[in-house]
Write a protein that binds this ligand. Sequence first.
Ligand code: SF4
Ligand code: ZN
Length: 300
Amino acid sequence: MDYFERRVRRILERARVKSGDRLLVAISGGKDSAALVEALSVLRGSIGYKLAAIHIDLGIGEYSRKSREAALKEASRHGIPLIIVDLREVLGVGIPELAKLTKRPPCSVCGLVKRYVLNAAAVEWGASYLVMGHNADDMAAYALKAFMSQDLESLSKLGPVTETVPGLAVGRLRPLYMLSEKETFIYSMLRKASFTMDECPHVNRRQVEIVLKRAVGFIESRMPGFKVQLLGNLARRYTDYPKPKEPLSRCPSCGLISSGGECSFCKLTRRALGEPMGPRMRAYIRQKLHELGLEVAGEN
Ligand code: SF4
Ligand code: ZN
């Protein structure tokens, strides 16, 4: 447990997290985010940051019900305020319906919605960082995928710490960057964390990231240390890769980050539901922050 927490602390130190900083941690209900919450709760005492959590109820039947229950248990175990964003409550639909309405694969819609909601909540709370539970196996697979397609701009975002664009996007922190899936699982068991092992019914085993993750596991079994070497090198060099070329701009509908014109969330919801839902999502999150007694950035 000391080893695990030392590795998490190292990333927090690298990001210069200090007393009074606000860390918003994304909890999915699975083992990785549960381990992250456990470690961040342990380290909170000595560093003194403020911790809040966010869970997105994706509206995917029994899977979402169990995930939400686990997230609630895990947050309340440590007295961490939890913002629950229920997609059906805000949008009137969950991920399966949004996917049908836009004729896109569920995972592509889901990824886009999650990125938007997590960033919106971090901006509204004025978080110093949005903290994600990606482990070394996830990161190695993402890096290989980006390298395979020579998507160097994505590689520049795959480090343990990414930058904040004030008022538009909050930087990400990945404290489990150098910890494997196995280590994360063992740590969450030792800490008796609450999580669900259920898998989303939409998971696609042939998705390139999932295949690459298995490949990383295979290489690691033949070449122990492969993952740590790959990620250690990437962590040293990711800022050298080219940054996205399009100038960053503000979505005219919701005011958050976009790469030109309306952001992808506003575009997607306009297409599926007839209006851009960014403003409604932001108002919903502000309401949740008020209910939890958390400050809203820009309000006194
Ligand atoms: Fe979302 Fe796809 Fe993951 Fe299910 S498997 S939670 S739809 S990204
Ligand atoms: Zn928008």
